[in-house]
Design a protein. Structure first.
Length: 253
């Protein structure tokens, strides 16, 4: 998928949810390894001042525009992205694909017990799905500065021994991107997606914003209302907008 738009240096595939699913399905059919990243406005702002993170994201095989701010930015700068493609929506489609085609899934991340609750709910809805395994996100590994630690090696060994073809890496950004980037060559699974809080939503621990918020691109507002402590993180959005409107830099290309 070569149709790419760069937003503040981060390469984003100009795709739709339907086409993204087709791309992943093709990779699975052809036994090609694929890493998927889901940057939003906050991550793009962080990557703008962190070349290591920016280059890491850009090494992904499929980079979907998760944040509504990225959609607005592309339109303002006359390089319109086709639509917002969220990590949660793509993950849900991947569950359907696994259920239909018999691909096996491993979930990595979340607190102790979260992944199991997610699996319980998944299996109620997707009755033919194969769950290869689960592991919480509390282990010493690359994502927290312990690259090559024995605990990380044990997790990788467990994933490989499970025969998983699809791996949900729910460690939160940018930890999940770092973990995938550093360990993909050690993993046998075909598709790895860094999908943050997806495991919490699947477990029922976090409720996704009502559909009206989703359609209006205001999920960030719903999260802020529910979790006022997110205000510092959400400040990335107005900073992003101000840069777009007043910076002389070429921020979208």
């Amino acid at each position: 998928m070569n149709n790419v738009i760069k937003i503040m240096g981060v390469a984003v595939n100009n795709t739709t949810l339907v086409d993204a699913v087709k791309t992943v399905e093709k990779a699975l059919e052809n036994n090609n390894q694929m890493s998927i990243y889901t940057p939003n406005t906050e991550i793009v702002m962080e990557a703008r001042s962190d070349n290591t993170l920016c280059n890491m994201i850009n090494r992904g095989d499929l980079i979907i525009p998760d944040g509504v701010g990225l959609i607005y930015a592309s339109k303002i700068k006359k390089k319109p992205l086709k639509e917002r493609v969220t990590g949660v929506d793509l993950s849900t489609k991947l569950l359907s694909l696994c259920d239909k085609k018999g691909y096996s899934l491993y979930i990595l991340g979340g607190k102790e017990g979260t992944a199991q609750r997610a699996v319980d709910n998944i299996m109620k809805k997707y009755t033919n799905i194969k769950i290869a395994g689960i592991h919480n996100g509390y282990f010493k590994g690359t994502h927290i500065g312990y690259e090559g630690h024995d605990e990380e090696k044990a997790v990788i060994e467990d994933i490989n021994n499970s025969g998983a073809e699809v791996l949900f890496v729910c460690l939160g950004a940018p930890k999940q991107e770092l973990w995938i980037d550093k360990n993909r060559d050690k993993l046998n699974c075909k598709v790895m997606i860094g999908n943050g809080g997806t495991v919490d939503i699947l477990a029922g621990d976090v409720k996704r914003a009502p559909l009206i918020y989703q359609k209006l691109g205001l999920e960030w507002l719903h999260r802020l209302i529910k979790q006022p402590s997110r205000i510092k993180r959400q400040m990335a959005l107005p900073k992003f907008v101000l840069l777009l409107l007043f910076s002389r830099e070429k921020l979208v290309e």
